[in-house]
Design a protein around this ligand. Structure first.
Ligand code: PMP
Length: 398
């Protein structure tokens, strides 16, 4: 008799895009498919120094078992970091450190979702969130987005209709959408959270990666205009996109009861996030290098985003439409079919691989009602020359 796996796995498939990733080993391929930041941007000198200091000055803490809530020096640094980003009154005990923000999402799933519960997500949204919430038996409801992020009128209707356990949003430079939720809509979402007593999860790994003017304050930061909303907002942060995903340092800010339950679940999951990684991250934040690192990554990714936008216009013209992202790592685009061009992004992806360039078709990013003409292009890991060359290949594939 074959192994009998837990029925919760029945709802979840391995990621459709993993199949595509197998093809990326082809020599000479230019990949716009991954969601990785560029490892060339990691501040190796700063991290070496931080790790060395952690081992030299606090080996008792950095190499020992630690508190599930997180290593106190890091919690303090993260509270300061969030205060500097406009979140009023955050103290170290208002957050827990998680093993990447991915774990914060998993803990939210574990603490909040019973099988059959409804959760509203954006259409499209982060693939791993779709899979994680489904693993806990959530029925996902997809709220439409446009260039200004989630459409709040529609979101309100869906909240009224489905009474979700919570709403999950990536308001700032979404993955895969690249969209930026407007200030007005952020305020409206706070109103909805209070009006319907609905938890809103703000996933914000990309908020620091802006190329021009800073984005509006996070939804969490805006609660200072509406203190009654604070208890309805949970916020996930991450060190992954700017500092290093390999550190696996993220954090969760939420009201005390939710935080306590998430901590209990974390205890049974990994006991605590690597103390060495936490001590290193804390020393790094304390070193004062972060502002310079942010300047460097914003400039580099901004140049790449600009190059990709120009190249798409030049090589694909009216066959593709997109909004130029103002931050983050992704272009979200739609094949228009203009001039008799291809409109199916999965078919286009196959032809693109033949031409030596890869991207991810959009369908897997939808929890429901996928738009098969959409696709995600990452500009993070290829330099400007490679971007020009890769988009040229896309033009030939089309
Ligand atoms: N949320 C979103 C929207 C993401 O794109 C990612 C990384 N791809 C994560 C969460 C998880 O990041 P990490 O666990 O590395 O913090």
């Amino acid at each position: 008799m074959p192994l009998q796996f837990a029925s919760r796995l029945d709802n979840v498939e391995t990621s459709a895009i993993r199949e595509l990733f197998k093809l990326l080993g082809k020599p000479g391929i230019i990949s716009f498919a991954g969601g990785f930041p560029d490892s060339a941007m990691f501040d190796i000198d700063g991290l070496k120094q931080a790790a060395d200091e952690a081992l030299t000055h606090e080996s008792g803490g950095a190499l020992q078992y630690g508190a599930t809530e997180g290593y106190e020096p890091l919690r303090t640094q993260l509270a300061d970091f969030m205060q500097a980003k406009g979140v009023a009154g955050v103290e170290s005990n208002h957050l827990i450190v998680t093993t990447g923000s991915q774990q914060a999402l998993d803990l939210l799933g574990k603490t909040m979702i019973s099988p059959g519960d409804k959760v509203i997500v954006e259409g499209p949204t982060f693939l791993a969130t779709i899979q994680c919430f489904r693993l806990y038996g959530a029925e996902l409801i997809s709220a439409p987005i446009d260039a200004d992020g989630v459409q709040v009128n529609q979101l309100e209707q869906l909240i009224v209709q489905h009474k979700p356990k919570f709403v999950y949003l990536i308001p700032t430079f979404g993955n895969p959408s690249g969209a930026l939720l407007s200030l007005e809509r952020r305020r409206q979402i706070l109103e909805l959270a209070v009006k319907y007593q609905t938890l809103v999860v703000e996933d914000d790994p990309y908020g620091d990666l802006y190329f021009g003017a800073p984005p509006p304050p996070s939804i969490l930061a805006l609660t200072k205009e509406m203190p009654a909303a604070r208890e309805w907002i949970a916020h996930c942060g991450s060190m992954s996109k700017v500092l290093s995903p390999g550190l696996r340092v993220g954090w969760l800010i939420a009201q005390p009861e939710l935080l306590a339950k998430a901590t209990m679940c974390k205890q049974f999951s990994d006991a605590h996030t690597s103390t060495f990684a936490q001590a290193t991250a804390a020393r790094y934040l304390k070193s004062g290098r972060m502002p310079e690192t942010l300047k460097i990554v914003r400039k580099a990714y901004g140049a790449r985003a600009h190059a990709m936008g120009e190249a798409l216009k030049k090589h694909l013209g009216g066959a593709i439409e997109f909004t130029q992202p103002q931050g983050g790592l992704f272009f979200w685009a739609r094949l228009t079919g203009a001039g008799g061009g291809i409109q199916d992004a999965a078919e286009f992806a196959k032809r693109a691989i033949e031409q030596g360039v890869a991207f991810v078709p959009g369908t897997p990013f939808y929890a429901a009602n996928p738009d098969p003409s959409t696709l995600r292009l990452s500009f993070a890991t290829a330099n400007v020359e490679k971007i020009e060359e890769g988009v040229g290949r896309l033009g030939r594939a089309l």
